[in-house]
Design a protein around this ligand. Structure first.
Ligand code: MN
Length: 431
């Protein structure tokens, strides 16, 4: 298999760290065994856990004020794929990439698929982009895309989504993620119901173009670029649209796309209950859609979301198969490092949620023992699962210390030589 970081280097670094890891792992195994928990089951779960990386996340993010690009940034989809391969080689838990069109320009899909196969990387949900005009575009999205009052703009947006499905088919993807920035900036600017009707009518045409084994995921977002109203601004509008469109359409939850303090885990539960949870864009947030690194600020919230997901797995909820993806903006860090650490943070939340004693929790819920129910969750959350995650990486020939291994090869300096900057290159965006 093609690699970007030599496996010999990773194993050399791992051997330096293995004996300490083994001690920590054995100590945790003994501690968990006292509660009748077999650590190996959780290590296996960590080995199996996978989360997708967004192609656009490999570039430095930015704000509407500025972007400070990193040296050696990827300039095209092939170079983004290379960086995604690095992330997977070191983290062992990111074996898929989600592309974004037309940000990702592809001339030959089968050639791209061949390279990704060589890296052992799969392509997952295809993202369409109808929130900005492309050079030479004849009709504009300035006043919306799928909900635009002008039929020509709507038709262009519908056709772009249908094209994205074809791109995804060529890459082996199985879902289309649709996020639109449609909305308004002034009270009275837009007729709420008519805009939503136009959106639904456009989405019906895209839905009709879905292959039998595909899903369509709708991503809601509270605000931006529209600052007064947004057509799919919350999970309510989202699930209404998904229910209207049919069983292949589900809702996608981006953690940053809610008002501060929203109980996202309860939204997740509702979507699970009605078989409408399509997937996630993981990130963290303090004020709005600030796209901080996953788990960097609210690790307990992320754990509580996984508590709902693991609960659904435990209950063998019908039609429960959400896709996991990172979607964050890396403004001050090396995106490769942020994506590695974020993937591991999400994996950590999953393993901690698996540690919850479900039957005990149900018992406390039935008997209204609020304190013990809360402590049951805290008990799992407070377990330091890092030895489990590191052992899982070691067993998969990924890095025990991914950032240490990454920094030891000075990848960015190598890429600076390999990828001279194009002064006309446009920046990556974040949705
Ligand atoms: Mn997103």
């Amino acid at each position: 298999m093609l690699r970007r970081i030599e496996s010999a280097l990773v194993s050399e670094k791992n051997e330096e760290l293995y004996s300490n890891l083994k001690s920590d792992y054995d100590a945790l195994a003994e501690k968990l065994a006292r509660d009748g928990i077999d650590i190996e089951k959780f290590t296996k779960a960590a080995e199996d856990f996978q989360i997708a990386v967004p192609s656009w996340g490999t570039g430095t993010g930015g704000t509407r004020f500025a972007r400070f690009p990193l040296k050696g940034e990827p300039r095209n989809i092939y170079e983004k794929l290379e960086d995604c391969a690095v992330i997977n080689e070191l983290s062992g838990c990111t074996d898929s990439v989600s592309p974004h069109f037309p940000w990702d320009k592809v001339d030959d899909f089968s050639a791209l698929k061949q390279v990704s196969d060589e890296y052992g990387i799969k392509w997952v949900s295809v993202n369409s982009n109808t929130f900005q005009d492309q050079p030479g575009q004849e009709v504009s999205y300035k006043y919306g895309s799928l909900s635009n009052t002008q039929a020509a703009s709507r038709e262009l947006a519908i056709q772009h989504n249908l094209d994205c499905i074809e791109y995804g088919k060529a890459l082996g993807a199985k879902s289309l993620t649709v996020w639109v920035g449609d909305g308004s900036n002034h009270p009275g600017q837009q007729h709420f119901q008519r805009a939503f009707e136009r959106y639904l009518s456009s989405m019906e045409k895209i839905y009709a173009g879905l292959p039998e084994d595909w899903e369509m995921h709708i991503e809601h977002k509270m605000f931006e670029p529209a600052f007064y109203s947004t057509v799919i601004q919350d999970w309510g509008s989202n699930i209404l649209a998904a229910m209207h469109l049919g069983p292949k359409c589900k809702s996608l939850v981006d953690l940053g796309h809610h008002a501060p303090n929203t109980n996202i885990e309860m939204i997740v539960s509702r979507l699970i209950q009605f078989k409408k949870l399509g997937g996630f864009h993981f990130n963290d947030s303090k004020y709005g859609d600030d796209d901080l690194d996953s788990g960097s600020l609210h690790p307990y919230q992320q754990f509580l979301i996984f508590n709902e997901l693991v609960d659904a797995e435990y209950r063998q909820q019908d039609e429960f198969n959400p896709s996991y993806m990172l979607d964050q903006s890396h403004n001050v860090t090396d995106p490769i490092e942020s994506l590695i650490i974020s993937a591991i943070e999400v994996q950590s939340s999953y393993i901690k949620a698996l540690l919850v004693n479900r039957e005990a929790l149900y018992g406390y819920q039935e008997s209204n023992d609020a304190m013990m129910a809360s402590l049951e969750l805290k008990k799992a959350f407070n377990v330091d699962v890092t030895p489990i995650l590191a052992m899982a990486r070691y067993r998969k020939s990924a890095a025990i210390n991914p950032i240490g291994a990454y920094r030891s090869v000075d990848y960015r300096a190598l890429m600076e030589k390999e990828r001279p900057r194009d002064p006309n290159a446009s920046g990556s965006g974040i949705v």
